[in-house]
Design a protein around this ligand. Structure first.
Ligand code: ADP
Length: 464
């Protein structure tokens, strides 16, 4: 409406406007479409960005989780990748450092264990460790060989059963025993296989005082024990051997003192026996001194190059000469190699050995017996064999006749004036010459004693 400007609000006319708004609608709808599309794109971009951001956070965490699994399995070869300087990167870096530290610690521990293993393996003592119930958890090579068991059978076994102590000891008693324990074991019935082991026990204690196990150190003292036993045996033998002739000398002297000296018939006999026994004692003491010198290595070897055939001939000639003056007759038969055998020996000592074997051959043979002496050469030894037709030596005594004071028939040997040391001395002499002495015998038929000496055949033409 158009109103009059005078103010009486009278309408004086009307204005009619007409317009097409279709276009406006189109514009509005276009704008809405643009808006919608832009929103969609923005939404998509946001999702992509969100995904990227999430990935950048979870990837290092995932990597660290994988690395943790690898470390748990003992694989330290890979590292977590570090990008940037944010907190996660710092965490990854710390993680890598941690992994390095664990690897170093593991290597040090491994090296330490290897060192311990090699010390245990190369120890000359046997070492066994147990848990607190006394079950074996570690055993070294030496202990396995000393006890003659396998590692599989030993591990997990009770230490008392393993050492065959279960009858005498309980675990508690074992720990309360302050000294070492000597264990005697034998691999078989044979006496040589007997073994003495010294075992020292110690507890493994933690700092808290809790006992977590036991360590046993085994030491093979078979040789020491054997030597100590031999020494005891030897002292008792010497005392016995000297007491017997002394007692008999004393009883003869007593009889003489009580008046037998006036009896012209028996007095000379008594005095002869007394002198004989005294001589035997002197011989025995000389033999003992000889042996003791050889044992201590104080005996000097006076080596010279000798024609062995001539030496044996010389000794046998002497025995041939003696036969006429002796009660017991014998015949000596010689069978020597044709080649002269030159050896480096201590002549006096080897003569003593041959004398001793010859004397025994005569002593333990019947009257008129034949003694065969063979001198042979093998590839790198010379062997002298002396066979008699005497009473022979039982099989069980064959090795023992070389022991000090051992006699097959004590009474008979003593009556013959033997000291029981001749063959023991011979054995030592042969040992000092890197040679050997042994015997073969058939009881009732005879014996053959052999000695052998190392020998290098010389080329004859080097002397020409
Ligand atoms: P002995 O002084 O008693 O002869 P030996 O050491 O020379 O001491 O000999 C030890 C033992 O070996 C003798 O007691 C004897 O029993 C035995 N024996 C040594 N030689 C012979 C032999 N030819 N025949 C038989 N037995 C022997």
């Amino acid at each position: 409406p158009i109103q009059s400007p005078t103010g009486d609000s009278a309408v004086i006319g009307a204005l009619y406007v007409k317009s097409d708004i279709e276009q406006k609608y189109t514009e509005i709808s276009n704008t809405a479409l643009i808006f919608f599309t832009a929103s969609m794109i923005a939404g998509l971009i946001s999702i992509v960005v969100a995904l990227l951001v999430a990935r950048s956070i979870t990837k290092p965490i995932k990597e660290m989780q994988k690395q943790a699994v690898r470390i748990a399995q003992g694989d330290y070869s890979e590292k977590v990748e570090v990008h940037g300087h944010d907190e996660l990167s710092q965490l990854a870096e710390t993680f890598n450092k941690l992994s390095d530290r664990i690897e170093d610690a593991q290597d040090t521990m491994e090296a330490e264990r290897n060192r311990l293993d090699s010390v245990l393996t190369h120890m000359t003592d046997g070492v066994i460790a147990t848990d607190r119930r006394g079950k074996v958890i570690t055993i070294n090579e030496m202990a396995l060989s000393l006890l003659d068991v396998t590692s599989e059978s030993a591990i997990g076994q009770s230490i008392l059963t393993l050492l065959e102590l279960d009858e005498e000891y309980t675990l508690r008693k074992l720990l309360e025993t302050p000294e070492e324990i000597l264990i005697n074991r034998s691999k078989s019935e044979a006496d040589e296989d007997r073994m003495t082991l010294r075992s020292d026990f110690a507890m493994i204690r933690r700092e808290s005082g809790f006992i977590s196990g036991l360590v046993v150190v085994l030491h093979d003292v078979t040789e020491q024990e054997k030597t100590a036993e031999e020494r005891r045996h030897f002292v008792s033998n010497v005392s016995h051997e000297l007491r017997t002739p002394l007692t008999s000398v004393r009883s003869y002297l007593e009889a003489l003192e009580e008046g037998a000296w006036q009896d012209k018939k028996i007095a000379p006999d008594f005095i002869r026996v007394t002198l004989g026994e005294t001589d035997r004692m002197i011989r025995m003491i000389n033999d003992l001194l000889n042996l003791s010198r050889m044992d201590s290595g104080a005996q000097q070897m006076d080596l010279e190059l000798v024609n062995f055939n001539e030496l044996v001939d010389y000794i046998l000639d002497r025995f041939d000469m003696m036969v006429t003056s002796q009660e017991k007759k014998y015949r000596i038969i010689r069978e020597f190699t044709e080649r002269d055998l030159w050896v480096e020996i201590d002549t006096d000592k080897i003569m003593q050995v041959i004398d001793n074997i010859m004397n025994n051959a005569i002593k333990y043979s019947p009257d008129g017996g034949k003694i065969e002496v063979h001198l042979m050469e093998t590839h790198n030894n010379i062997v002298l064999g002396i066979s008699d037709e005497g009473l022979g030596i039982p099989k069980k005594d064959l090795e023992k006749v070389f022991e000090r004071f051992y006699r097959v028939d004590k009474a008979r040997a003593r009556k013959q004036g033997g000291t029981g040391l001749g063959l023991a001395i011979s054995k030592e002499v042969m040992k000092a010459h890197q040679g050997q002495i042994w015997v073969e015998s058939v009881e009732g038929k005879g014996s053959t004693f052999y000695i052998s000496l190392p020998y290098e055949p010389y080329e004859e033409d080097i002397w020409e």
